[in-house]
Design a protein around this ligand. Structure first.
Ligand code: SAM
Length: 255
C-alpha cells in the first residue's frame, strides 16, 4: 500500500479515514506514550482539582484511555466518527469506559455537550493545528470556554512550529508520536501550511495538513477567548528551551 492520501484543508477531521484510523495506533506508540505523558497530564489535572475531563481530540484514545485509567471521569469527543470508534475499541481493550463519548466538532462543542460543565478540557497530540482559519480558532476556543466550569483548565499540546519555521524540522521522537518504524516529517512547510507525511512499515503513506501555529499566537488566542494565567511547558517540562523542544503544552484557565 503506497497510495498517498492527499487531503484538502476544509473540515480537517474528514482527513481521518477508516484506513488512517486503523494505522494511527502504530504511529502513537501507546505504551511508551502513556508511560511518559500519562503521568504528566494526570498530575497536572489532579494538582488543579480536576475530576471531570473532556478530551476534545480523542483520536484513537491514547490520552482519554490513560486518564480514565488514572481515575478521571472522561468524556471522549472527536470530529471523526472513525477515530472515535477506534477509541471505544481501545477503551474496551484496556478495560476502561468513558463517562460519555460523542462525535463533536470543536466549533459547536458546547451545543453538542449541552449544559454540563467540566473541570478540564484536553486537546492533545498536535490537534488544534487542524484549524486553518483565525475565526474558527476563536470560535472553537470560545466554545471550549463555555463548556468549562469557572476556573476550569484547558490544555493544548502541539508541535513546536516556531522552531520548525525559523530553523527547520528535526525531532528527537521522544514525545507524542513515537511509534516504532514510522517515519514522520513535513513534506511542505510554509507560514500557512505544514503538510506532514507518515510512512508506515507496511508501506502505507498518509499526509495530513496542519496550520503551523506559533506559541505566542496561541497564547494570544487563549487570552482573546477569555482564558487567563496561560502557562507553557516544553516537552512536558518547565522551564524549557524554546528552540530545542519538539512539543509545547499550553495550560490556561477560565475566568
Ligand atoms: N489526541 C489524539 C492523539 O494524540 O493521538 C489524536 C490526535 S490527531 C492529530 C487530531 C484529532 O483531532 C483527530 O482525531 C481529528 O479527527 C480531530 N479533529 C480535527 N479537527 C477537529 C475539529 N474541528 N473538531 C473535532 N475534532 C477535530
Amino acid at each position: 500500500m503506497s497510495a498517498v492520501l492527499n487531503l484538502n484543508r476544509g473540515n480537517q477531521h474528514r482527513q481521518y479515514t477508516p484506513t488512517l484510523a486503523e494505522h494511527w495506533d502504530d504511529l502513537v506508540g501507546w505504551e511508551a506514550r502513556l508511560e511518559r505523558e500519562g503521568h504528566f497530564y494526570a498530575r497536572l489535572l489532579k494538582a488543579h482539582g480536576c475530576r471531570k475531563v473532556v478530551d476534545v481530540a480523542t483520536g484513537t484514545g491514547v490520552n482519554a484511555v490513560g486518564l480514565a485509567q488514572a481515575g478521571f471521569e472522561v468524556t471522549a469527543t472527536d470530529g471523526s466518527e472513525n477515530m472515535l470508534a477506534k477509541a471505544q475499541e481501545n477503551a474496551a481493550a484496556y478495560g476502561v469506559s468513558f463517562a460519555d463519548s460523542r462525535v463533536a466538532d470543536w466549533l459547536t462543542l458546547d451545543e453538542t455537550l449541552g449544559t454540563e460543565q467540566f473541570d478540564a478540557i484536553v486537546c492533545l497530540g498536535n490537534s488544534f493545528t487542524h484549524l486553518f482559519d483565525h475565526e474558527d480558532r476563536r470560535q472553537a476556543l470560545r466554545a471550549f470556554h463555555r463548556v468549562l466550569r469557572p476556573s476550569g483548565m484547558l490544555v493544548i499540546d502541539q508541535r513546536n512550529y516556531d522552531t520548525m519555521l525559523d530553523h527547520g524540522y528535526r525531532s528527537k521522537h521522544e514525545i507524542c508520536y513515537t511509534g516504532d518504524g514510522v517515519d514522520v516529517g513535513p513534506v511542505e512547510l510554509t507560514p500557512r501550511l505544514a503538510k506532514f507525511e507518515y510512512r508506515f512499515p507496511n508501506g502505507a503513506v498518509f499526509q495530513l495538513n496542519m496550520y503551523p501555529l506559533r506559541q505566542d499566537y496561541l497564547t494570544h488566542l487563549l487570552e482573546d477567548a477569555g482564558f487567563i494565567n496561560a502557562e507553557r511547558f516544553g516537552d512536558l517540562q518547565r522551564p524549557y528551551d524554546r528552540r530545542e523542544v519538539d512539543f509545547v503544552q499550553q495550560v490556561a484557565f477560565k475566568t
